[in-house]
Design a protein around this ligand. Structure first.
Ligand SMILES: [Zn+2]
Length: 371
């Protein structure tokens, strides 16, 4: 039996009083995070020349601020403890050379906090959720049931820029997963305009409604940029942009869920290239569009949907020459970005991305044969 995690996200509909309490919690979490970060920064500056001594310095905890700032006692202490955990992780990533020094959170930062299930302090019943320190249960749009044998672990409450509230409920359950025999395999080549081109020559085009909404969003953003910052008209337009932005993000996420689910049900293994998206967007100057393409989110969904069924996501080396290789005879040649069709001296002719996807699939099959 293997432990699995699953998150369920629901819309929250807090009343005025509850919204005020949530806002207070978001604020306190940010406040404590910044306080601890300031202290940590000071410690770091003081001891940075002696790594051993630096390691011995205790990490600040939220408890020490409670006497000086009694308002911290009024909010969920688990939320504050999680702020400490987040900061510790961010600092550890920096210390190990995997990230920049953690940054202070300003008012514009994402408003959210996480609380944990301890002794039944969180309850979901009758379309409401009971959260620590908030007396009355908050109304919730629960569009699906959480199975009875799923154990509730934690909840993350967030508020979007357009003012919508959500709760993401993280659960844990036991599942007996039998590894599947690998028979049906597909290779995917990451594509910029579409999401991918598969070895079966399927192009995962974003649906039309998504493209229409994206254009609407771009237009709304242009209008916003022409308005005077801080004016009433600017504020009104800012809300329009925030709402459209959330809609587009949701549509993209639904599409990525849908596509990954389809692949995970039809194939036993999916082969992809191990791309470093951050490096790639910098190197190719595509900027935002690579991130917007959602490839990272898509592969995350794909990985867990396959794993749930005892199936596999195979990542092949990013240096594998998927575009240069002829998928028919194996010869390699240079392929400038402008060449959309692969033409080999052996007579083989195929769409560039389709050829890459077949190479990726074959490389995956080769790795399976080795293992
Ligand atoms: Zn060839």
């Amino acid at each position: 039996m293997a432990k699995q995690n699953k998150a369920f996200k629901f819309r929250l509909l807090p009343n005025k009083e509850q919204s005020a309490l949530l806002a207070k919690t978001f604020g306190c979490v940010r406040f404590v995070y910044n306080k601890m970060l300031a202290e940590r920064k000071e410690t770091y500056e003081k001891f940075k020349d002696d790594k051993e001594l630096l390691k011995k310095q205790k990490f600040p905890t939220p408890a020490k601020y409670k006497s000086e700032f009694p308002f911290l006692k009024e909010v969920d202490s688990l939320a504050l403890a999680n702020a400490q955990m987040n900061l510790q992780t961010a600092y550890k990533n920096f210390f190990e050379g995997n990230a920049d020094f953690p940054k202070f959170k300003n008012r514009k930062a994402k408003q959210s906090y996480t609380t944990n299930m301890v002794n039944g302090n969180i309850k979901l019943e009758n379309g409401h959720i009971k959260l620590p320190k908030i007396k009355k249960p908050i109304k919730m749009k629960q569009h699906r049931e959480i199975p009875a044998d799923y154990k509730l672990k934690s909840c993350t409450i967030s508020r979007t820029k357009s003012g919508k509230y959500y709760v993401s409920v993280l659960t844990e359950y036991e599942k007996d997963i039998q590894p599947k025999t690998i028979e049906n395999v597909i290779g995917l080549d990451f594509a910029m305009a579409e999401l991918y081109v598969s070895s079966e020559n399927e192009k995962a085009n974003y649906p039309r409604y998504y493209r229409v909404m994206s254009e609407k969003l771009a237009k709304a953003q242009r209008i916003l940029s022409r308005r005077k910052k801080g004016s009433a008209r600017w504020n009104k337009q800012r809300l329009v942009v925030a709402k459209l932005h959330e809609k587009v993000a949701n549509q993209r996420m639904n599409f990525l869920h849908h596509k990954s689910k389809e692949l995970a049900s039809n194939f036993d293994a999916v082969v992809i290239e191990d791309l470093n998206m951050k490096g790639m967007s910098q190197a190719l100057h595509f900027g935002k569009s690579v991130h917007d393409n959602g490839w990272g989110m898509f592969t995350t969904f794909l990985a867990y949907k396959l794993k749930e069924q005892g199936k596999q996501l195979v990542k092949i080396d990013k240096w594998f020459p998927s575009t240069k290789k002829c998928s028919c005879c194996g010869k390699e040649k240079e392929m400038p970005l402008s060449e959309r069709v692969y033409k080999c001296s052996c007579g083989f002719v195929l769409d560039r991305d389709h050829n890459s996807a077949i190479n990726i699939k074959n490389e995956g099959l080769r790795l399976f044969a080795l293992s």
